[in-house]
Write a new protein. Sequence first.
Length: 400
Amino acid sequence: MNTITLKPAKDKSLVRRHPWIYANAIEHVEGKPAPGATVLIRAHDGRFLARASYSPVSQIRARVWSFDETEPIDHAFFKRRVQRAIAHRQTMVRDTGATRLIFGEADGLPGLIVDYYIADDESQRGQLVCQFMATGVEHWKEAIVQALIGATGCPNVYERSDVSIRQKEGLEPLTGVLAGDPPPATLIANEGGVRYHIDVERGHKTGFYVDQRDNRALVRQYANERDVLNCFCYTGGFSLAALKGGAKRVVSIDSSGEALALAQQNVTANGFDPERAEWLDADAFKTLRRLHEEGERFDLIVLDPPKFAPSREHVDRAARAYKDINLTGFKLLRPGGLLFTYSCSGAIDADLFQKIVAGAAADAKVDARILKRLGAGVDHPLLTAFPEGEYLKGLLLQIA
């Protein structure tokens, strides 16, 4: 078998069961492994370390499938991994029609994301949506799709591998039907009693921010009789949760007219009073400043921007952007007001994000207390050996 031998002392992370092997840790490659091929990883002294998938162009040259020398990487392997991942969700996830079934490295399937949407309307059907972001899962795509269909009983699988990270793997962006029928124009899934229209083919990520489920429930819990501002609202996930929770008024901002149109469909689908919901098709940065200048004030604000730092080279610029929106957010809060603020930038760790928010509070001249640290739900587990998996960080704060 094709074998990668590491440089001296470069095996430490693998001994701690970190699943990535970087190109600069490799001494030599024996054989000519194709993209996605399974390779043996050995320490400099010849010790077995792992079986991994090979990526000839990525800086992450190999991603670990297994640390067990006796475990072959075959169709049965992927069937077991998929079944194990789904069993975890069946035990831990409740009251939702939108679940992350596979979360990459945390489920032993590096580079793979799978979301499962169970339609609220019986006239529609369930839908699996996949993102294949590394050469290994791309190589085993057919086996993975069959394992997903077998484990869920859902025949409809759609691919949304139109993500920039594939370029680093030497892969082209891909979208389309992998099995079954095409998804409906909008699929309706129920989460905690709220019906959400989801655009699988054209929406962000796999069509919906599955990772924010627990945080939407928290906004719903605190929204009663409050004036709410939701920035970067997309299709209105937090806005609908606030309306369901009894918010007096919800102002939602996004720069996508299509997303806002779907959000307004969501209001109608749930029978909410449209007079309680205001939708602004605008730049969130400029609108936050305008609202402050006009003397607007809110009791609860959600700041859930897109990824400001796609890589470490963008951290400084992203930090300024996060500080900007949080600074104005603090100024827009009434005394006792709540701020739900998030970063989905993997390059911004939790400590740095908290420091940015603390700096914004200081500049806004408010006393802010952290009530709760926020993150993704239990269907987004984190490996203790792989902190890079914690991309979503959030804080719930209250000002005096």
